[in-house]
Ligand binder design. Sequence first.
Ligand code: SF4
Length: 321
Amino acid sequence: TKPLLDIHRLTTCFSSAQGIAKAVDNVSLSFMQGETLAIVGESGCGKTVLALSILGLIPDPPGRVTDGSILYRDKDLLDMSESELMHIRGNAISMIFQEPMTALNPVFRIDDQIAEPLRLHQGFGKREALEKAVDALNLVGIPNPAKIARSFPHELSGGMRQRVMIAMALACNPDILIADEPTTALDVTIQAQILDLMDELRERMNGSLMLITHDLGVVARMALRVAVMYSGKIVELAGVNDLYAEPLHPYTQGLLASMPSLGETRPLSPIPGIVPSIFDLPQGCRFHPRCPKAYQKCSLMLPPLFEPEPGRTVRCWLYED
Ligand code: SF4
């Protein structure tokens, strides 16, 4: 079967006083209908830029998609005009942002905000769209949805606002839902509820979920496959069980070692060092200054993706041959 979304050799650049750099560098990835794929990495690895590139939301300047293709149902999103893309964003691919307070408009009531894309892109009349907005709030488990619908964003709690964001994304019945750190700002209990809710809704819509997170605990709970990104590149792609049972890339191993597990008392060992700036990348493997397994070749040549097992790819010289 064909993937629902097929990203091929995507490159997105940003310019600054320091020059031009690739925030997403030659990334290929595909999504199947109904699956949850997680994109994991520390901040600055390019995962959010990847999502914004899919949606045509890279601010230009300073950013620009410079290469590649993003096929959605056989059409390249990168060839679409802004109005076609707006239609896609209102109908087919929705995004749930990290911070609902910045994504929601503070001066409009909740129902008007949910209803607007329905009127613009799906041809609903005003009254009908407002009714749909209340339905969507109901669907995401908001108590007293008719009352919440008439509120302003600042009147709601963080968890409630995140539910509103999900309602908004889902009201359009998208094929693909992109969630960027959807629960980072929330406390643990609410986090779990929101994740369960997204999973339940994905299943109901038979849609795909692209989950962007730095939290491997969230990934284990939600995803089937995981792509690990580092410095704009995918460094490992695997099924979630394989990845947890035997992470191949030293970076993935480091991420897993720094993840707390239930009842864990030993101190966590975060990966020493920091993610390099995209404007000042190290030569060779971009992870080599932090890698405990680095050897001479690593600082000289960037490793390609190797496929040590079917369905698993890893960008590391240790897996050459
Ligand atoms: Fe470490 Fe070398 Fe593999 Fe890079 S290529 S992850 S530096 S062992």
